[in-house]
Design a protein around this ligand. Sequence first.
Ligand code: PLP
Length: 362
Amino acid sequence: MATAYLDHNATTPPYKSVIELVARVMREGGNPSAVYGVGRQARGRVETARSQVAKLANARARDVTFFGSATEAHATLIAQFASALFLRPDSEHDAVLNSRPGTPIPLKSSGVVCIESLKNLLYSNSGPILVAIMAANNETGIIPDIETISQLIISAKVNNPKIHFHIDAVQAAGKFPIDFKAWGCDSLALSSHKMGGPQGVGALVTRPGFDLQPIIRGGGQERRRRAGTENVAGIAGFGLACELTEDMDHLIVLREHLERGLNAINPKSIIVGQDERRLPNTTCVINPGMSSEILLMKFDLAGVALSSGSACSSGRVGGSHVLQAMGINADFARSSLRFSLGRETTKAEVDLALDAYRDICS
Ligand code: PLP
């Protein structure tokens, strides 16, 4: 049976050369904290990857810390601001939302951050403030105006230097250029498995001089920022994925073919954020009167792997929290589907999904 994997925002199949490198590094063995040859070789693997991640993010290698996931990177950073006012839109990923209670930054109905509201929140509060904003939304693909947000925060820091700006770049990395320096942020989180690297590896980039505190205490790995023996092979694979990654603009043609097809098959379908700047690979579609769960099951039977939003939130009955944060009603939020294409997605796979949608809607 023909199949189509259209859930790359959940996890992206690793590059072949990444799989080969991971296997090679596992065979090499060695603990990077050991001083003899094999240990030094493992240390070299970790440090090469650190430079590769830093290059992708336009940051210094020494400001990159490896973690077991982007979730852990977020949790570590956010824990350090336990007593700060925590500002974040309700459309953030659960990795950020569930780390601790926060105050929502309102969104416009288009899904982008309301700059005026953020400005009011920044200027009407004093003391430590942590602002967390994603560089691209995992469900809708909507890209906020990071440059304007960054300028606003830089200006607000003149009055209040205790503002920390954190970016979740998990869905942006590998899809369009990310730039730690140009974005003027204080920290930025990345996830290997969203960009062709192995699962179970994340990174946090922090501004020079930032004293990141560990949440897991133990050995002195990662300059005492994250205890525990490094996942050397996974980290090496992540580094290589950073080097191999290229932007995904070529997917726009395929995404447009998909969106035109969905609207033609079901004229009631609504593409979320169609007029906004979006990731080239992501389509979130509302299917009025239909249930995401049932749609997903039917697509699965037709060999098409999709999701209704964040993989971590499947099974959530209330519908997409991202769509609800945009002011979209709960019924619509329960009817959404997310198609996320990958670098090797073919027109045949998209057509298979459209054929399945036609059968479901007929
Ligand atoms: N942030 C975003 C935007 C995500 O899409 C995800 C994963 O879905 C995460 C954070 C968490 O990444 P990880 O799976 O590495 O914990």
